[in-house]
Design a protein around this ligand. Structure first.
Ligand code: UDP
Length: 327
């Protein structure tokens, strides 16, 4: 069975990717330092604890498993923290990725799937965000991801590393079987924080900014189900294995929802009240991030099946109620 090295496989998206890879007939090897990941989420293949900065560990893992590809999820991912601690993000995300990419190339593993972000685009008023939109990140998180994209292109030119880069919009939901789900400590994402407020684990959800230039004053995002997102990664891996070469794909649905709309949907899905307080804007937040691309659907034959907002909230709510958050 072919092995795929999954960095960050103990995290939210990485653990769902491991499940999708194992269902597609691959053996996912999780490489994770467990700083933000969770050991119990590694269920679908071997676990190797280590930090991306540790080249000797990485080389040993490449030599043990001889993976046919890398899926690179491992990263710190909080926009607010990236704004206040950019050095941490450049060190961990950019230098860590450099160490991984060098290890991959030197160990002859030349197919690389990378999780990037729509935060690399930054603010573009009334512009549909497709893969050719200029990348002008507003925050340090997006700047780091853009730098890693550049790194991948440089390594392709010099060493033949092929990459599929996915620019995620807002990932939400959980495995409908309940095997894995979302768990961040601290949690910073809208939907899990809202579910916490709904069931009394926090007093209220703070709405970050009500004075944006949007119909209801709150930020608009494009939410995509984590299971649909990781399905695209398996298709991206196939794309590389079919010899189709490096490519960049947005992963979003093309539908935007404001924070207030997400709250309204959550009330109806859970049949519970959502206590909210209105607060100031959060540093680094863009007004609107919605994908205007169909490239993934067209070229990868990607067909999202669970990315309706009600389904994402319902899946997240079911996972939330299992109590995994409390561990
Ligand atoms: N948001 C909010 N309150 C929160 C967390 C998030 O109002 O407690 C807003 C945030 O400002 C953004 C949207 O919800 O407009 C999605 O934020 P999230 O952190 O989930 O994802 P991001 O867009 O930063 O990747």
């Amino acid at each position: 069975m072919d092995h795929v090295l999954v960095t960050g496989g103990a995290g939210y998206i990485g653990s769902h990717a491991c499940k999708a890879l194992s269902q597609a007939g691959y053996m996912p090897v999780t490489f994770d330092n467990l700083v933000t990941g969770w050991r119990d989420a590694v269920k679908f293949g071997p676990f190797e604890q280590g930090d991306l900065s540790n080249r000797a560990r990485l080389d040993a893992v490449f030599q043990t498993y001889k993976p046919v590809a890398v899926m690179h999820f491992a990263a710190l991912s909080q926009v607010g923290e990236a704004m206040s601690k950019p050095g941490l993000y450049w060190q961990n995300n950019v230098c860590g990725s450099l160490s991984l990419i060098e290890a991959a190339v030197e160990n002859g593993c030349l197919d690389f799937v990378f999780s990037s972000t729509c935060a690399t685009y930054g603010e573009h008023d009334n512009v549909v965000l497709d893969e050719s939109t200029p990348q002008e990140p507003l925050n340090a998180y997006g700047a780091c991801k853009r730098a890693i994209e550049d790194m991948l292109h440089n390594f392709e030119a010099a060493h033949g590393l092929r990459s599929v880069i996915f620019r995620y919009f807002n990932v939400a939901g959980a495995d409908p079987d309940g095997e894995v789900g979302e768990f961040h400590k601290p949690e910073t994402h809208l939907i899990p924080l809202m579910l916490d407020a709904i069931d009394g684990k926090r007093d209220a959800l703070t709405v970050f900014g009500t004075d944006y230039d949007t119909p209801d004053g709150t930020c608009i995002r494009d939410y995509v189900h984590v299971c649909d997102l990781v399905d695209a990664h398996v298709l991206g891996l196939k794309w590389l294995k079919d010899g189709k070469g490096s490519e960049v794909f947005n992963l979003g649905t093309g539908s935007g929802f404001s924070v207030r709309e997400v709250i309204t949907h959550s009330r109806s899905v859970t049949n519970r009240d959502v206590p909210i307080v209105e607060g100031p804007r959060r540093a680094g937040d863009c007004t609107k991030l919605v994908s205007g691309s169909v490239r993934a659907e067209r070229d990868l034959q990607w067909t999202p099946t669970r990315s309706k907002l009600e389904v994402m909230i319902a899946d997240a709510w079911r996972w939330h109620q299992t109590g995994h958050y409390d561990k």
